[in-house]
Ligand binder design. Structure first.
Ligand code: SF4
Length: 454
């Protein structure tokens, strides 16, 4: 185990990280997100993605991860200097620590380092920066093919969103951040058509088949909707044809918008490996259908039950994106997960609550205070459940959301005023209704009076 017994995060940081340098982070060596459609990569979700050289990956597939930019950053970290792209962490470390006036706040670089073995971190630190390293954890997106067009998503991640913009033109009259998500088709997210040979995808499979499958501990496929991508199935078939040859844990994000036979095919093909399935939802019935355009609520819930009944997964995780429109039925939704936990076991299904910050006009903070307070009062009993029913991290996330809804007044430090965000909220959903054949007032009658005042 990377951490020794009873070691605090700070003690771990001193023992493993600080003795290397003042800015070392294991993610720079061992973790990556790679978008093969656009040929971009980043070390974690904080630094902005950068372009991978197509010429380099054609001669060396490991260049998908070992880019010039990352090698420069590794050299800086070996010297104790701070790569600029990692500002998110430096800002946190430079902030006064509210709970410890002597020691700096712990940033994500500790949490993103602690998952790796000490010996591997030593090796990373001592590797000459120009040398390639093998990934241990990878999130990959093959393409943006998706049959959903959720309101908080955009054309960079969904071909159905692209169709909306192609058919109906850009969304207009939005002024706050995130407006550009909805004004163009984000063609740079998909440099190659389905009929082209994508050199980034080819490089990935070349790397995977030669040695990545031996060293990678965890591979998470995201999208688009990964189960709609032929490349995901090509990879799944590889696992089927090479049973026992890879110890890589596979995780797939899926909207579960399929007939059960597709899931059956997935489970059959992956029965020899550990598979985690991550799906998204955060509200009930017609609310979910409105927010996650393309979703069939009955199909989604019966697919969850199918997966739970099958008990073949290593883990089933529901990712909740906490946006304005889910607040009304979020508590009921979470209670449904509690019911499933009671029936199938606490570990059988987990949830995470990820608070939406962009586009800020869809933040839960745009709602009137009384709507937020009603949600808080319904969330509190969930936060009071014991660890016999929920995991500690789930209870903590409910508590964190309650504090957020109570105390935070702006989605992020650069966000516009609430009245501007509310205007964008209405401008957006008026257009969304027309384009998608939906009806805000009918779906959310509790919000209709307020909505009409905006
Ligand atoms: S230092 Fe922070 S921002 Fe940079 S890769 Fe590590 S966790 Fe990510």
């Amino acid at each position: 185990m990377p951490k020794i017994a009873n070691e605090t995060d700070l003690q771990y940081k001193r023992r493993v990280i600080d003795i290397k340098s003042a800015s070392f982070c294991g993610a720079k060596w061992y973790n990556a997100t790679i978008w093969l459609g656009s040929g971009q990569t980043t070390s974690c979700h904080h630094p902005l993605p950068h372009q991978v050289s197509v010429e380099q990956v054609m001669v060396n597939p490991k260049a998908l991860h070992n880019t010039r930019e990352k090698k420069n950053d590794r050299a800086l970290m070996q010297d104790g200097l701070r790569p600029k792209g990692c500002d998110y962490c430096w800002k946190i470390e430079d902030m006064p620590n509210p709970v410890d006036v002597v020691n700096p706040s712990i940033s994500d670089r500790v949490y993103k380092t602690v998952i790796y073995e000490d010996k591997d971190l030593d090796e990373a630190f001592n590797t000459p920066p120009e040398q390639d390293v093998n990934l241990q954890t990878l999130e990959i997106a093959f393409d943006r093919t998706c049959q959903f067009a959720c309101s908080y998503c955009n054309p960079a991640f969904s071909t159905t969103w692209v169709r909306d913009i192609h058919r109906n033109g850009p969304y207009t009259n939005l002024v706050s951040d995130g407006r550009n998500h909805f004004t163009h088709t984000h063609d740079s997210s998909q440099l190659y058509t389905i009929n082209d040979v994508n050199p980034y995808v080819e490089a990935f499979f070349k790397w995977w088949e030669s040695d990545l499958h031996k060293t990678l501990k965890e591979l998470r496929i995201t999208g688009g909707e990964p189960l709609m991508s032929g490349y995901t199935w090509r990879l799944i078939e590889w696992f089927k044809d090479h049973r026992g040859e890879s110890k890589t844990r596979l995780a797939i994000n899926s909207n579960l918008g399929f007939e059960q036979d597709k899931l059956e095919r997935l489970l059959d093909a992956t029965e020899d490996i550990e598979l985690d399935l991550y799906t998204s939802n955060e509200s009930i019935g017609r609310h979910a259908i409105y927010i996650r355009d393309g979703l069939d609520w009955d199909q989604w819930t019966s697919n969850l039950v199918y997966l739970l009944d099958g008990r073949k997964l290593r883990g089933l995780h529901v990712m909740c994106t906490i946006n304005a429109l889910c607040l009304i039925s979020l508590p009921e939704f979470l209670w449904k997960i509690v019911e499933l936990k009671k029936k199938y076991g606490k570990d059988s299904i987990n949830f995470s609550l990820n608070i939406l910050r962009f586009p800020s006009f869809q933040s839960p903070l745009v709602l009137p205070l009384e709507v937020r307070e009603e949600c808080i009062s319904q969330l509190l009993p969930l936060g009071n459940l014991s660890v016999d029913t929920l995991h500690e991290f789930e209870i903590n996330q409910v508590g964190r959301l309650v504090s957020y809804l109570k105390e935070v007044d702006s989605p992020h430090s650069g966000a516009m005023t609430n009245s501007i965000l509310q205007r964008d909220f209405k401008n957006f959903y008026e257009q969304y209704d027309q384009r998608r054949g939906k009806d805000f007032r009918h779906t959310f009658p509790q919000l209709a009076e307020w909505y009409d005042t905006l």
